[in-house]
Write a protein that binds this ligand. Structure first.
Ligand SMILES: CC(C)(COP(=O)(O)OP(=O)(O)OC[C@H]1O[C@@H](n2cnc3c(N)ncnc32)[C@H](O)[C@@H]1OP(=O)(O)O)[C@@H](O)C(=O)NCCC(=O)NCCS
Length: 177
């Protein structure tokens, strides 16, 4: 798959039956490449596929508990952004970009930026006024978000165990929509 043939970003409204597997494959590929997925090199495949299933259930729920923007095809994903509106009444104007992932072979071609922009626009369309996301230190991700209009709003030093001897800071980024 080369960038010029990759469609999207598209919002998934009626998930394809192969979407859970495609999500599991993408999360797996990005995790193996060292990407910030929340999983580690030793995570069981079942754990990742359970997440793929949960995301699709939440996308299919009425009202949606999660919103999914994709690039590529539902059965062969190039990248995804997962947006989760908050649920508590005092958070009703807030949402979180829970995941932003691009296939390791397709990174640095602008797909991640397009997915992030699409997620922000979709949040706006949903009436969300404030967005948050969390990320990790040590991979250049702080700069990626700062350059795209996000503000660092908190940092918990050495609180993520990426590997037995590799502790990273967790960072909170926020922006108004
Ligand atoms: C972070 C990520 C979503 C960016 O997507 P992308 O398609 O590579 O990004 P774009 O091509 O739009 O933009 C390239 C930018 O990403 C940065 N970048 C590219 N690959 C990267 C990587 N593996 N890790 C971190 N940053 C990366 C580049 O430095 C560049 O930054 P700049 O334009 O501000 O100089 C993608 O690299 C990825 O999926 N990484 C692994 C998972 C991850 O870390 N997700 C973020 C969780 S918070």
């Amino acid at each position: 798959m080369t960038e010029e043939f990759i469609s999207g970003p598209l919002r998934v409204d009626q998930p394809h039956p192969e979407l859970p597997q495609a999500l599991t494959d993408l999360f797996g590929r990005v995790t193996v490449a060292g990407g910030a997925t929340g999983f580690t090199a030793t995570t069981e495949l079942d754990t990742i596929s359970a997440l793929g299933g949960r995301i699709v259930e939440d996308v299919a729920a009425r009202p949606k508990r999660r919103h999914l923007l994709i690039m590529g095809q539902e059965r062969a994903l190039a990248g995804v952004a997962v947006l989760r509106p908050a649920t508590l009444p005092i958070h009703a104007h807030r949402g979180e970009i829970e995941w932003l992932l691009v296939d390791p072979e397709l990174q640095s071609q602008g797909l991640g930026s397009r997915l992030l922009d699409a997620a922000v626009s979709h949040a706006q369309a949903l009436g969300i006024a404030k967005l948050q996301l969390t990320t990790r230190s040590g991979q250049g991700l702080e700069d990626f978000y700062r350059r795209r209009g996000w503000t660092e709003s908190g940092r918990w030093p050495a609180s993520l165990r990426v590997a037995e001897d590799d502790l990273r800071d967790q960072l909170w980024f926020t922006r108004d929509v």
